[in-house]
Structure formats: structure tokens, C-alpha cells
Design a protein around this ligand. Structure first.
Ligand code: PLP
Length: 465
């Protein structure tokens, strides 16, 4: 970024101060400091309004830019498509819509239908609506309840928050939509909080899933229709399910005739080293939702993918004119999304980014493990692929979470060093203590080492050892 001089962008900063309502920020701090304007990105790096270079360890802040910044190939494909045909409602089809759907489905055995929308929240809402409609038609309104898990997050709308297991996201936004019921989390590191400290590994995995069955029995199996889970919990603290967990979940799904809705909004399209997170666990979803990495942020797109068996239930029924899925997402018809998504996926294949993600993820996990030996404050490290977390505790035996201000100080210190990392902030009160890492899938060994070196320095300065 040679051409940008400090303060060139003062008008942009002023306009931001005057008019922008930043996402997830309390804003008071911006009365005394400048907002950060991200001006340019290339590969793993971004530059701000002061020309300062940052290594981005969170793929655009929220696990999104999987193939990295500045991909002209994607921009060109989007431009060409927009000039040719930018939009028509998805009541009709489009060339990139069909081509991307075909490519996507080739990576998802057992699934066959793609419904396009714009955001992860919206895709999840569509799944909830389909589940409710199946309940109405197939079960006469029974089996309408949707189970979700403590610490999982499914989006920002009221129905998604109703299915959200993060109290800080939900506070003050009720009343919520009825028919969503919480099941316990599956974080092995905190199993003592569930009275399961005597179990570990696969024993804990099964017990954590058994807790889902207990909720089904308590609610009544004829009232419960679906289970909605993140394959690996993201913002709730990067929770990689223990061995045996998903196997037991699949058993429960079959035993109680549930629809399994997997929220791949974060894990989808390569983040964990496979195309989808659920593919690590051999489960058979009925609905898969995805958004962030689908087009790496080059265009807004989300997808709800289902089986042919689900699709068949919404086909013509001469006795009921309301039987079909009466839903349109206006911008689900934008062609920029699938045009970008198609090239995004081709890049992941051509550049071997799934393999790179696995290798770099293993390197990062090893680096974080070494930091754990050095810094008492790291209580646990976990992750899959380039989706990792390090939980910070002030007492390793008691597993007492560090104060949130200290987590924020680590983030600020890394930022000062030119490395952007994240944290499980604004999720569970007192549990916003996990540092989160999700570099782009193009990361190289030097990038991974630079990220963990920055964390090493920050932990030393913030916690004084
Ligand atoms: N699901 C998960 C697991 C998420 O992490 C998010 C957003 O962070 C969403 C859904 C909502 O996606 P969106 O912000 O695109 O609506």
C-alpha cells in the first residue's frame, strides 16, 4: 500500500463518526478514538487508514475471507456476470446459480437441493420455516420443537436468537419465538460444570449427547421435530465436540425421527480442513446452512441445502394449495453471489487449500500447545483446521476464566503488533475468555508463526510472565 498517506482519509473517518452505526460496538470508545477504516487487502494482509499493515488472523473479523483478499479472478467473474445479467428473482433460474449448485452438491453426498439467500441468519430462518411446515403437514403440528445447544449461535434475527445459546446476544431482545428448547453444551474442558468431571474423551462425548435425549424425553418425543447444531461451535468458544459425540447424536436423531439441521455458516467451505465441518463426523444432515466462506465475502450469499426427501415433501399436492415453500429472498436472486462462490470453490480446489488448511491448522495447534507450556494463563487449546481457540484462565485447577478486560488487552496488544486476532466476546457472561483464530486457508508457515509469536508477546505483557 504505497499510495496511501496518513490522514488522506480524514473525510472518510469524519463521515464514519457522523453516520456509521458499527456492528457489535458499544460506540462510547469511538468518541475518543478514531474508528478503524480498512482500506485495502492483499492475501492475508489488510491496511488501515494510517497505512498500517495488519496480518489478519480472523479472515475479515468473522471467519469469512477463506481464500484471502484481492482475488482478481473472483472480482472479474462477478463483474462479467453483473454486466451480462445481474438479477432476476429466483422464481427463475440463473447460469451461475445452477453451476454453483451443481458444484456445491458434488461435495455434499446425500444432499441435492440448494435454496439461495443472503446471510447465515436468513438461511437458518428458512430451515426453521421448512421444519415447521413439515411439522404442520406431516405431523399435524406435532414435532414442531427445535432443539438448539447452549453456547451455539445461529444468527441475529428474533427466531435465530430464539435458537441461540448465548445469553449476551439475547439479553433485552425478548420475548422470543416459542418452540425452541436448549440442550447442554459439549465442551469437555468444562465438563466439571455439568457434574461430569469423572468422564473424559468418548465417555464424556456420549454423556454430553445423552443430555440431548434427556431433553427430548422431558419435552415429549412427539413434540420435538429437529435438532439444530453447529458442527464445531464458533463464537461460543471454538468447541470441538469430543469423540463419540456426533455418533451418539446421529443415533438420537434416528431414534426420535428428528430432522438434523447443521449450521455450517462458519465451518462451511473449507474452514476446518474438509469442505464441511459435519464431514469429520460421518453424520447425515437433512439441512445444511452456510454463508461466510461460501464466497469469501466477495459477494453476499448464503445457502440452505437439503435432501431430496425434504424437497419431495414440498412438491405439488392438489389437496392443499399452501403445501409448497412459500418463501422468496429477493436478493437470493443476485447472480454475483453464486458467480463469486463458484470461483471461490475452484480456487480452493486448484490451490489445494483444504490440504493447506489441515497442515497449517496442525502447525498452529502445535504452536498454541507450546504457548500453553509457557503461559499458565492458557487453560486449553482446541481446534480443527484453521479454526482454533485458546481458553484463558486465571487458575488452571479451578479453570476460572480470566476477566474480559484482560482478553481485550491481549487483542489490543496483538493489534498494536499488527496482528488481528479475535475472542469469544459477547456470548456467555463470564465466558468470553477464548482467543479465536481463523486465518485464511492460504496461510503459510510464516504467517502462522507470526500470529502465535504475537500472542506469545501479548500474553507476556498482559499477564506479566
Ligand atoms: N450461524 C453461525 C454459526 C454464525 O457464527 C453466524 C454469524 O456469525 C450466523 C449463523 C449468522 O450469520 P449472518 O451474520 O450471516 O447472518
Amino acid at each position: 500500500m504505497d499510495d496511501l498517506k496518513p490522514n488522506d482519509l480524514s473525510a472518510v473517518v469524519e463521515a464514519d463518526r457522523a453516520h456509521i452505526w458499527h456492528h457489535l460496538l458499544p460506540h462510547k470508545a469511538l468518541e475518543t478514538t478514531d474508528p478503524r477504516i480498512i482500506v485495502e487487502g492483499r492475501g492475508m494482509k489488510v491496511w488501515d487508514q494510517h497505512g498500517k499493515e495488519h496480518l489478519d488472523a480472523v479472515s475479515g473479523g468473522v471467519w469469512t475471507v477463506n481464500v484471502g483478499y484481492g482475488r482478481e479472478e473472483i472480482a472479474d467473474a462477478v463483474r462479467d456476470q453483473l454486466v451480462k445479467m445481474n438479477y432476476f428473482a429466483q422464481t427463475a433460474g440463473s447460469i451461475p446459480g445452477s453451476m454453483f449448485a451443481e458444484k456445491l452438491i458434488s461435495k455434499m453426498p446425500g444432499l441435492s437441493r440448494v435454496f439461495y439467500a443472503n446471510s447465515g441468519s436468513e438461511a437458518n430462518e428458512k430451515a426453521f420455516k421448512m421444519i415447521r411446515q413439515i411439522s404442520a403437514r406431516k405431523h399435524g403440528g406435532k414435532k414442531h420443537k427445535i432443539l438448539y445447544r447452549e453456547r451455539d449461535y445461529h444468527g441475529t434475527t428474533i427466531a435465530c436468537l430464539s435458537a441461540g445459546g448465548q445469553q449476551e446476544r439475547n439479553a433485552h431482545y425478548g420475548p422470543f419465538t416459542p418452540g425452541f428448547v436448549e440442550v447442554p453444551h459439549c465442551l469437555e474442558y468444562r465438563r466439571h460444570e455439568q457434574g461430569l468431571e469423572h468422564l473424559s474423551g468418548a465417555e464424556y462425548g456420549r454423556a454430553a449427547a445423552d443430555a440431548i435425549e434427556e431433553v427430548i424425553l422431558r419435552e415429549g418425543p412427539d413434540t420435538v421435530g429437529a435438532l439444530c447444531l453447529e458442527p464445531i461451535t464458533a463464537g461460543g468458544g471454538v468447541i470441538v465436540p469430543p469423540e463419540g459425540y456426533w455418533e451418539r447424536v446421529q443415533e438420537i436423531v434416528e431414534k426420535y425421527d428428528l430432522l438434523l439441521h447443521i449450521d455450517e455458516v462458519v465451518c462451511g467451505v473449507g474452514r476446518t480442513g474438509t469442505w464441511f465441518g459435519y464431514q469429520h463426523y460421518g453424520v447425515k444432515p437433512d439441512f445444511v446452512t452456510m454463508a461466510k466462506g461460501v464466497a469469501s465475502g466477495y459477494a453476499a450469499i448464503s445457502c440452505l441445502v437439503t435432501t431430496e426427501a425434504v424437497f419431495e415433501q414440498f412438491k405439488d399436492d392438489p389437496t392443499d394449495k399452501l403445501h409448497y415453500f412459500r418463501d422468496v429472498s429477493t436478493f437470493g436472486g443476485c447472480t454475483a453471489g453464486p458467480a463469486a462462490a463458484l470461483v471461490n470453490m475452484e480456487i480452493i480446489e486448484r490451490e489445494g487449500l483444504l490440504e493447506n488448511c489441515q497442515e497449517m491448522g496442525a502447525r498452529m495447534l502445535r504452536n498454541l500447545g507450546q504457548l500453553m507450556e509457557k503461559h499458565e494463563v492458557i487453560g486449553d487449546v482446541r481446534g480443527k483446521g484453521l479454526f482454533l481457540g485458546a481458553e484463558l484462565v486465571s487458575d488452571r485447577d479451578a479453570k476460572t476464566p480470566v476477566e474480559e478486560a484482560h482478553v481485550q488487552a491481549v487483542l489490543a496488544d496483538c493489534m498494536k503488533q499488527g496482528v488481528i486476532i479475535g475472542a469469544s466476546n459477547r456470548s456467555i457472561p463470564g465466558r468470553n475468555n477464548t482467543l479465536c483464530f481463523s486465518p485464511a486457508l492460504i496461510a503459510k508457515p510464516d504467517d502462522i508463526d507470526a500470529i502465535t509469536e504475537a500472542v506469545d508477546g501479548a500474553l507476556g505483557r498482559v499477564f506479566g510472565h
